[in-house]
Design a protein around this ligand. Sequence first.
Ligand code: DC
Length: 224
Amino acid sequence: MIVVAIDGPSGVGKSTVGKALAASLGVPYLDTGAMYRAVGLLARRKGLALPITEADDAGALAEQAEILVTGSGGDVRTFLDGEDVSAEIREPEISRYASAVAAIPRVRRRLAARQRELALAGGGVLEGRDIGTRVVPEAAAKFFLTARPEVRARRRYEELVRKGTPQELVAVRAEMEARDAADSSRADSPLSCDGTYVVVDTSDLSAGEVVERLRQLVLGPGAG
Ligand code: DC
């Protein structure tokens, strides 16, 4: 059974690469950020205001909600209590809510336990912020993707243009850096890289090149 952990900040290509790598290895793909986004969406729908604190009881929301992230390749979907919220969870406001609820230990405990269960049941490529440090630290293949900040901001900017919801590049970069700083500095399982990861800088590589490199590292140099 293959378990691959992919961690890193936003805009490094984790989702694009993770989906393609999972398809090429023939294992499930799990976007763990989508689960935090679903809890973030629920928090906003319940009228919680940012910043969210432990007193807001986002933990109870995460425990009661039924969150399902399904599919692979081009058709990955997120369901919240049976409703398809795949598009709504990508809104910039929900990115802020996701990062906020992700700092609450009870939310993390709940989601990380579910993610670990899925990984151990069927293997897969899991991508997020704490997959190699907390969810499946024993995974044989652990990758930490990085890219220069201007490259990451441009990728996110182009993604928003493609989706028909463009924003100023400077605003995209500021928002991205604020979220990465929050994700890296929270007390509970922050985004962090240690010697157990293989670090891959994706700044000057195409998605296909990154997938190929990771695939070779997972399967060994003899793999076709
Ligand atoms: O990968 P993403 O941008 O969709 O993730 C949304 C937020 O969820 C991100 O700001 C950090 C948080 N997250 C996390 O704390 N741990 C994970 N394993 C995945 C995401």
